[in-house]
Ligand binder design. Sequence first.
Ligand code: CTP
Length: 407
Amino acid sequence: MLQGKRITLIVTGGIAAFKSCEAARLLMKSGAEVTAVLTEHAAEFVTPLTFEALTGRPALTTEWRKHPGGPMPHIDLARTSDLILVMPATANIIAKAAHGIADNLASTLLAARRSPVIFVPAMNEAMWKAPAAARNVEALRLDGAVFLGPVPGLQACGDKGPGRMMEPREVAEFIEGFFAPKVLAGRRVLITAGPTYEAIDPVRGITNRSSGRQGFALARAARDAGAEVTLVAGPVSLSAPVNVRRIDVVSAREMDAAVQEELDGGPCDLFIGVAAVADWRPGAVAERKLKKTVMGVPALADLIWVENPDVLTRVGTRPNPPVTIGFAAETAEGAMLTAFAREKCVRKHASFIVANDARRALNADTNEIRIVGPDSERVFGPATKLECARFILECAAELLAKRPRQA
Ligand code: CTP
């Protein structure tokens, strides 16, 4: 995904520097050409040799030594980098970059930069919260810099709070999407994902085998495409992509309430209902575990079922609805799959339905999809769920382009 992209990785002096080795490895694995620049203090934590071995390129630490690319590494790298990644970014390098201070190779390169820059801060939580750090971060943001993290948690010094560096896997994943075409720039996207869980009693419930992976892949692809993304997730064991707002819910009614609240709260351009929402729930949740039989009568067999709200239909029938996309996971293929999807598209007032054969898609990494509108059909795949997500969003962007923006 990063084939041909030149990334300069600036490593500054923090204990999290050892994790930057993993980031370099992951970026290389995605096809990027990575050049590491270490400050003097970074080299106290990790050696330039480690980065040379991982990237296959000389790691630079100073201006004052012969450099294979020419006599001015800060200018060479500034000219040739597609992206500068500062990881870990200490309070010191952030302050220098915010003020244009150029007193070592890393800060001089930042002062001379022509490419986008991403800072991945790591520092004590009190340093991060300090007014000076906040001012510097704000100044860099206004200059167009992107900040990833820091995240809350236990710190190397023993303190707890926002200061931990974001994990290399999340950073690499973000960068993989950084160069994607911004077909949803400025758009607000709401996605539901995963199963719902309808409680029967404190220990039992009804759910389904949805893993949430297709919905999470859509959230990631929509973020990569430049959208502001909110993900309403049922119970899944997945972490949300960086910079995606996540709302966790359990039942269909909670999912419906969260979606309605989001739509009431502000404009939304695109809604994608990927969640496998339970159609029915028990009429009442028993306070205690139901016994198999009550006086010889099977207790579970007596459950009364009540229909859940249809989240997708309730979005599609709102006044001035967003572009509304539904999913249909069926145990059907070919013309039958298309017919099921088309019926759902009309019944649920969707712009189009993404149909697939659930037997192939459930818990798999790949998917094969049909985009079915009231009188159109496009087939895509088999492909990874992320590739499918990108295709779905391209189709959605085509529809969005024909509409005025939501105010
Ligand atoms: N959906 C929803 N709320 C529900 C049920 C379904 O929002 N209570 C949405 C799903 O998120 C999906 C689409 O509707 O986008 C189709 O879901 P599906 O379960 O296939 O539809 P049903 O109407 O339940 O049809 P079926 O009879 O095939 O179960």
